[in-house]
Design a binder for this molecule. Structure first.
Ligand code: UD1
Ligand code: M6R
Length: 371
C-alpha cells in the first residue's frame, strides 16, 4: 500500500494534491453566468442559519486537529462576524468551561474517536450547544454524536503524524467560512477569490512539494541539533505550532512554535548564534511585522531559516546571510496549507536521518482513545 514510498508519512505528504482534490470534490461551485462562485456543504446546509446567529463558535480538538482549527480561525471570524474561541479538549474538560445553548461547538478530529474530544462533545451537548463535527472517519463516534458536520474525505491516514488530514481540515474549515459568509454582499469579491484559490490549491501544493530535496538538505544540517524554534503569526501562527508538533512527535527533537508577537515577552532571550530558528514570513497583512522580527533576530545573530513567498528572498533577507525557503503564494487564508508542507518534509527527513521510527513514533498511538 505504500507504493513507491518508504513510509506512510512520506506517502501521505505527497498525496496532498489528491487528498485536497477529494476533500473539495462536489463542494465548490465555479459560478458563471449569473451564478456566484460558492461552496456547498451538504451536511451543514440546514444548520448555517443557526450557526450564523450563534453567540460564538467554539473550536474543540487536540493536537494537529486543534492546530488546523487555529489556522482557519481568522477567516471564519472575518467572513462570519461571529467570535471564535479555541479549546484544547482536555483543558475545556479540566476547567468545565462555560458553554451555552447559544453557542456552536465545532469538534475537529481526524479519527473521530479521540477520548477527550468525544467527552467534550458529550459535555457541550449536555449544555445545549449546537454540536458540529469535522471528521475524516465516516461512522466514527464524533461523526455519530454531532448534530451535523462535514466529512473531510482525505482518505485513510495511517502514519501516526497527521499530515494530509491537517491540510484537508483547513480546506474544509475555509469552506465553512465561505458558507457562513455567503449571505453577505460586501464580502462577495473576497469569497470568490478564495473559491478560485481553493480550485488552484492542489496545483500549488504540487509545486511546493518540489522543495523535497531542499528540505532534505536542510534536515542534514539540523540532524544533530537539540532544539528548533519556529516563529509565525496571523494565519501562520498555527503553521508554527503544527511544524513544531511534527518535529517533536516524529523526529524526537525539541521544537517550539512561537507567536512572533510574543517574541519580546520572553523567547528573545533564547536567541544566540547556535539555536536554529525558522521564521515564517510569507506575504499577508502581517508581512512587514515579520520583516522587523527578522531584523531583530538578526541583530542578536540568530541562526535563521526564513520561509517566504517566491521572489521575496531579498525582501526578507537583504544581506543573503540566512537560508531562505521560497514557497508559492496563494490567498492569505490558504497560505497555511502551503507553508506547512516544507515543515512536514523537514520533520520527515529529520526523522529518517536521526534513525527513528517514522510511522510509529515511540510512546504514541494514532488515535488516543483513553484519557
Ligand atoms: C454526502 C455523502 C456522499 C455523497 C454526497 C452527495 C456520506 C457519508 N456522504 O456527502 O457520499 O457523495 O452526499 O451529495 O454519505 N455529519 C455529522 N458529523 C460529522 C460529519 C458529518 O453529523 O462529524 C453528517 C452531516 O451533517 C451529513 C452526513 O453526516 O448529514 C454526511 O456528511 P458529509 O459526508 O460531509 O456530507 P456530503 O458532503 O453531503
Ligand atoms: O484523531 P484526532 O484528530 O482527534 O487526533 C488528535 C491528535 O491526537 C492528533 O492530531 C495528534 O496530535 C497527531 N499524532 C499529530 O500528528
Amino acid at each position: 500500500k505504500k507504493g513507491n514510498y518508504e513510509h506512510y508519512m512520506e506517502k501521505e505528504i505527497f498525496e496532498q494534491p489528491e487528498s485536497l482534490t477529494t476533500t473539495m470534490r462536489g463542494r465548490l461551485i465555479r459560478g458563471g453566468e449569473s451564478k456566484l462562485k460558492s461552496v456547498v456543504l451538504g451536511g451543514l446546509k440546514d444548520h448555517l442559519r443557526t450557526m450564523r446567529r450563534s453567540r460564538r463558535i467554539i473550536f474543540i480538538g487536540c493536537g494537529t486537529s486543534y492546530n488546523a482549527a487555529l489556522a482557519a480561525r481568522p477567516i471564519i471570524e472575518e467572513l462570519s462576524g461571529v467570535p471564535v474561541t479555541m479549546e484544547l479538549a482536555s483543558d475545556l474538560l479540566d476547567r468545565q468551561g462555560p458553554i451555552y445553548r447559544e453557542d456552536t461547538a465545532v469538534f475537529v478530529s481526524q479519527s473521530g474517536e479521540t477520548a477527550d474530544t468525544l467527552q467534550a462533545l458529550e459535555y457541550a451537548n449536555s449544555h445545549g450547544a449546537l454540536c458540529v463535527g469535522i471528521t475524516n472517519t465516516v461512522g466514527s463516534a464524533i461523526a455519530r454524536g454531532t448534530h451535523c458536520g462535514v466529512h473531510i474525505n482525505a482518505g485513510c491516514e495511517i502514519g501516526v503524524a497527521s499530515t494530509k488530514a491537517y491540510t484537508s481540515q483547513i480546506a474544509v474549515m475555509t469552506m465553512l467560512a465561505l458558507a457562513l459568509g455567503d449571505d453577505s454582499m460586501s464580502s462577495r469579491n473576497r469569497r470568490e477569490e478564495i473559491v478560485d484559490g481553493l480550485f488552484d490549491l492542489p496545483n500549488k501544493v504540487k509545486e511546493v512539494l518540489k522543495l523535497d530535496k531542499d528540505m532534505k538538505e536542510l534536515a542534514k544540517l539540523l540532524t544533530e541539533e537539540q532544539s528548533l524554534l519556529i516563529f509565525g503569526r496571523g494565519y501562520n501562527y498555527a503553521t508554527a505550532l503544527e511544524g513544531a508538533l511534527k518535529v517533536k512527535e516524529v523526529a524526537l527533537m525539541h521544537s517550539e512554535g512561537i507567536l512572533a508577537g510574543e517574541m519580546k515577552h520572553g523567547p528573545l532571550a533564547l536567541v544566540d548564534e547556535t539555536l536554529p530558528i525558522i521564521v515564517i514570513a510569507t506575504r499577508d497583512a502581517t508581512f512587514s511585522k515579520q520583516q522587523s522580527v527578522i531584523q531583530q533576530l538578526r541583530a542578536r545573530k540568530g541562526r535563521l531559516i526564513v520561509i517566504c513567498t517566491k521572489g521575496d528572498a531579498e525582501a526578507v533577507c537583504p544581506y543573503g546571510v540566512s537560508r531562505v525557503i521560497e514557497v508559492p503564494r496563494v490567498e492569505d487564508c490558504l497560505q497555511p496549507v502551503i507553508n506547512i508542507v516544507p515543515l512536514q518534509l523537514l520533520a520527515y527527513h529529520l526523522t529518517v536521518l536521526r534513525g527513528y521510527n517514522v510511522d510509529q513514533p515511540r510512546n504514541l498511538a494514532k488515535s488516543v482513545t483513553t484519557q
